[in-house]
Write a new protein. Structure first.
Length: 393
């Protein structure tokens, strides 16, 4: 349907143009006149016909995943469910040096055995917070310790490039992922949804982290210090760097930390994007984490996709749905959240996004295999959605 052309669009009109215009002038067609992109005149009821025959934009994105690593079992699971592009986690870490190139090459070979492309790795700057990362001093802003850690990141970029990995995802956070509990959904087989309620978190009166008081400007200074030193290496080796924003954005000064995305996530992402004009500087674009900073995710997420998509600053997509938004949300299945993922994926298609779309956090339940069950559901959901928008307007 997307490539079908009507007689009119192929130049084979039954009604000559001169007669068509005369008909309009005579008033026999009482409707507004529209100009199409092809230069044709379309009247009234013919609008829907043009929309139906216009070619759909090509879908360039593909389903991906970042869970399970590169074991035979996990790669077979991915291949069985049509997942042929992955973020493979990261190679073995050599303390004080960086990544083990030989281990990285083994990961690529393991993937190739099943026809899977090893598209990305995660730098050891994770969402677990500074207490649980290999290299904490970058976000603590401590020199000269952070300089030695940045040298390791530079080495990791080189290892990725030598392995054929073209994307490194990373976080720039001090606090870890924040949640206050689980919400049970009896309508979905007693699925458990990770939940954040800011008011409940405040009542816990948790102490400051070892980072003490850190402002948003402090965060941006530390991030820029990192970006200025790794982006030139990424450009040299043609490896994209995708930043995953803090999960969730929250209030200024929570536990002494102002996340760089708080309290206006869209404005903060623009500020981050402006730290470098390199085409290798952008986002591991987590739909869920961004939505957690919005009051009306369903409508507010679309202009954010367009803004960064038009600028080609989206390198990876985490497709995670939520119920709620700023200060109060639950992480749910992709089909029962507040955001319309058909509209989200169409928006990504329309900006020419061409990389992976992957599940991120998923609901759990009492079954021991709940994690894999939820992920395989998500793979099928994403693949079906991509097929649907490939055939739609």
């Amino acid at each position: 349907m997307g490539n079908h052309k009507s007689k009119e669009s192929s130049g084979g009109n039954n009604l000559p143009r001169r007669g068509f215009v005369k008909t309009i002038a005579s008033g026999s067609i009482g409707a507004a006149v529209l100009s199409t992109a092809a230069g044709h005149i379309v009247v009234g009821a013919e609008r829907s016909e043009v929309a139906a025959t216009a070619p759909a934009k090509k879908v360039l994105m593909k389903v991906g995943c970042q869970t399970g690593g590169t074991t035979d079992r996990n790669l077979q699971l991915k291949a069985r469910h049509g997942v042929f592009n992955i973020d493979g986690g990261m190679p073995n870490y050599i303390p004080g040096k960086g990544w083990d190139l030989e281990d990285s090459l083994r990961k690529r070979e393991a993937c190739e055995k099943y026809g899977i492309a090893l598209d990305a790795y995660h730098l050891p700057l994770t969402s677990a917070g500074i207490d649980n990362v290999i290299i904490p001093n970058i976000m603590l802003g401590k020199s000269p310790e952070r300089d030695r850690e940045i040298e390791q990141v530079q080495q990791m970029i080189m290892v990725a490039a030598k392995t054929g990995v073209k994307l490194l995802n990373y976080n720039t956070t001090i606090l870890p992922v924040l949640r206050t509990g689980k919400t049970i959904d009896p309508k979905r087989g007693n699925a458990r949804y990770s939940t954040w309620v800011y008011e409940e978190a405040v009542k816990r009166n948790e102490p400051l982290t070892k980072a003490g008081i850190v402002t948003a400007d402090d965060m941006f200074e530390r991030i820029k210090y990192l970006i200025d030193r790794i982006v030139p290496v990424a450009e040299e080796y043609k490896v994209h760097l995708g930043n995953h924003i803090a999960d969730p954005p929250t209030h200024v000064g929570y536990r002494g930390i102002t996340r760089w995305t708080s309290p206006d996530v869209f404005a903060a992402m623009k500020r981050f994007a402006a730290l470098s004009n390199s085409p290798y500087h952008g986002f591991n674009f987590c739909i869920g984490s961004i939505a957690e900073g919005l009051k009306d995710p369903k409508t507010e997420i679309l202009p954010i996709i367009k803004y960064f998509g038009d600028r080609k600053q989206i390198f990876n997509i985490h497709l995670r749905n939520i119920k709620g938004g700023w200060d109060n949300f639950q992480e749910v299945y992709p089909d029962n959240g507040d955001m319309d993922f058909y509209a989200v994926l169409k928006a990504l298609r329309d900006v020419g996004y061409q990389h992976m779309v992957m599940p991120d956090h998923v609901p759990t339940h009492e079954d021991p295999e709940s994690h894999e069950q939820a992920f395989t559901f998500c793979y099928g959901y994403i693949k079906a959605m991509l097929q649907a928008i490939a055939g739609g307007a």
